[in-house]
Structure formats: C-alpha cells, structure tokens
Design a protein around this ligand. Structure first.
Ligand SMILES: CCCCC/C=C\C/C=C\CC/C=C/CC(=O)SCCNC(=O)CCNC(=O)[C@H](O)C(C)(C)COP(=O)(O)OP(=O)(O)OC[C@H]1O[C@@H](n2cnc3c(N)ncnc32)[C@H](O)[C@@H]1OP(=O)(O)O
Length: 280
C-alpha cells in the first residue's frame, strides 16, 4: 500500500498503520496514536545502501514530510546490522551512468533526512560503518545497542569521506574528535561512541530501544512543530547549503576519484577481504 494514501491506510488492531513499498527494501509503520513513523531498512544480509534502497528511503522521506509525520525512528529489520554503509558494488568496476545516479540519490537522501522538519532518531540496533554511520548522524538523536560499532571508516578503505559526511560528524562530536576519528578511519565500540557524544543512549534490546527513541520524540509533544522545525532549519542551514551549492562538484569528484585505478584496487581488495571473512 502506498504511503501517499496514508489516509486510506488500514488501521491494525494495535493502532499501528502498516504499509510497505513494492520492492520491500524498506518498510514503514506509523503509530496511529503518536503519529511516529518507524522506517525499517531491510536489504539482507547487511542493509548495504545501493541505488534501489536509497531511492526507497528518499521517496519515503518525501512521503513522511508530506503526511506531516510527528517523528521518525530509523532502524533496521536485520538486527545485528544497522547498515553496512554504501554498497561497495556500486563503486567497484562501476557503470558510470549508474554510479552518477547512485551518488545523486545518496545526496538527495541525505538532504531530506538532514533537513526533515520532524524530529528523527536512529535506533542503531547493529553495526553502523561509513554510510550507515552517516544515516545515524543525520538524525537528531541516537540510541544504540551494546556490542556494536559505528564510525566513518573510509580512510581504511583507501577512500575519502566527502565534506558533507565530515560536517555531519563534526556537527555532532566537534572538530577535534572528528579529525582524529576520520584520519584513522576509526570505528567506535558502543561505549566509546557514548563517551565522545556520537550516540546519546545505550540500550540492551529492541524493546528498550524503541521506548527510549519514543521518549526522545515525546519531548516535542508540547513544542509547537513550526517553531521546532524552523529552529532545526536555522541550525542545520549552513551545512545543507554548503552541500547543495557544491553538489555538482561533489558528484564530479566522486566519479573522478572513485574510478581512479588505485581506488579501484583498494575497493577490490577490500571486497575480497570481506568475502574471505564471510567464508572463514
Ligand atoms: C580528492 C577529492 C576527494 C573528494 C571525495 C569525493 C568522493 C569520495 C569518494 C568516495 C566516497 C565513498 C564513500 C563511501 C562510504 C561507504 O559507506 S563505503 C562502505 C563501507 N562499509 C564497510 O566498510 C562495511 C563493510 N562490512 C562490514 O564491516 C561487515 O560486513 C559488517 C557490516 C560488520 C557485517 O559483518 P557480518 O559478519 O555480519 O557480515 P559479513 O561481513 O559476512 O558480510 C555479509 C556479506 O555482505 C557483504 N558486504 C558487507 N558489507 C558490504 C558493503 N558495504 N557493500 C557490499 N557488500 C558488503 C560481504 O562481502 C558478505 O558478502 P558474501 O561473502 O557474498 O556473503
């Protein structure tokens, strides 16, 4: 059932309106009482972000905005993995036209998530490297399971995190921590991420995670939505404008840089190491 027809959605007995997109790489449930939408990433095995799942996230965010959702919980159906980040297959030996579409869709998705008017929480119920970390950092609050890892590890792969990835992290943990984390491509364990403020709360399980995410969203119940949304807009304005102003150049950089033989070599070796690990 299309999210656009929210008003026609069947209300299930627990007051949760369920709908899913045709391709089912994401699913969304809207709580009828609170108006909070839970967006689940569900691209097995590791929710790596390819063109198709990014397109679904992006169009879902548009629909949530249109339908004036009261809040978003972004999480994963594959417990244990929030998202493995960008699908390396979109960058390794790429078809350049698809590669451009992929990056443009990632840019669109980030703009929509980073600038959404409604409050957003990432319920990080698994590992969140690179692009997975970017999605989480773009939300306003982060609740994370124990024994997981999060970070922008691009340098370890021989690639460079774009400016807007860096800004997304800097806006959460500050310049000093970001420089140290990114130059090392460091992945943080849950407790370490909490200690530097990359995440806000640690939870034991999904039930507690959902409750903590809902508690954050409830803080806005008595705040006029327009005042809240405008304040967020002002605070995030510069970061978004910088990205939008440079998005053509960013796309060009991605294609030029990503197709360099040395980068392709790194990506190929990294893919092999992931595959070896999964076969060991
Ligand atoms: C000079 C100017 C510069 C300007 C700069 C401009 C542009 C910059 C250019 C590029 C920037 C690009 C930015 C990229 C950001 C990214 O997101 S890159 C992706 C980074 N992701 C990772 O490093 C995560 C890798 N994965 C893992 O660490 C683990 O898989 C996991 C997530 C911790 C899960 O572990 P688990 O043990 O459960 O699963 P497996 O490892 O066994 O994996 C299962 C299966 O999935 C495959 N896979 C895993 N991750 C990815 C991925 N990201 N993409 C594609 N495929 C992935 C893995 O290979 C296994 O496959 P199988 O063997 O076929 O089953």
């Amino acid at each position: 059932m299309a999210l656009r027809n929210l008003s026609k959605l069947k209300i299930h007995k627990f007051g949760i309106r369920q709908f899913s997109k045709e391709a089912n790489l994401v699913s969304v449930a809207v709580n009828d009482k609170t108006g909070v939408a839970t967006l689940n990433l569900q691209r097995p095995p590791v929710n790596s972000l390819n063109l198709e799942i990014l397109s679904e996230i992006s169009s879902t965010l548009t629909d949530l905005e249109k339908n004036k959702t009261r809040g978003l919980i972004l999480t994963s159906k594959n417990e244990g993995i929030f998202s493995a980040g960008l699908d390396i297959m979109e960058m390794y030996k790429p078809d350049v036209e698809r590669m451009k579409k992929f990056w443009t869709t990632l840019q669109d998705t980030w703009i929509k998530l980073y600038s959404c008017s409604f409050p957003s929480v990432a319920l990080i119920n698994g590992h969140a490297p690179a692009g997975g970390c970017l999605l989480a950092l773009s939300c306003e609050y982060r609740v994370m399971f124990k024994n997981c890892t999060i970070g922008l590890n691009e340098t370890q792969l021989g690639i460079v995190a774009p400016q807007w990835f860096i800004s997304s992290m800097r806006n959460v943990i500050g310049q000093r921590q970001t420089e140290s984390a990114l130059t090392q491509g460091r992945m943080f364990k849950t407790e370490e991420a909490l200690s530097i403020g990359m995440i806000d709360e640690v939870v034991e399980n999904n039930e507690e995670g959902v409750a903590r995410a809902a508690a954050f969203l409830k803080r806005f119940e008595r705040i006029p939505p327009m005042a809240r949304a405008m304040t967020k807009k002002y605070i995030r304005k510069e970061t978004i404008e910088n990205m939008v102003k440079n998005r053509e150049e960013d796309l060009k950089n991605f294609v030029t840089y990503g197709t360099q033989p040395a980068v392709q070599e790194y990506l190929g070796a990294y893919l092999q190491s992931l595959k070896k690990k999964s076969k060991a």
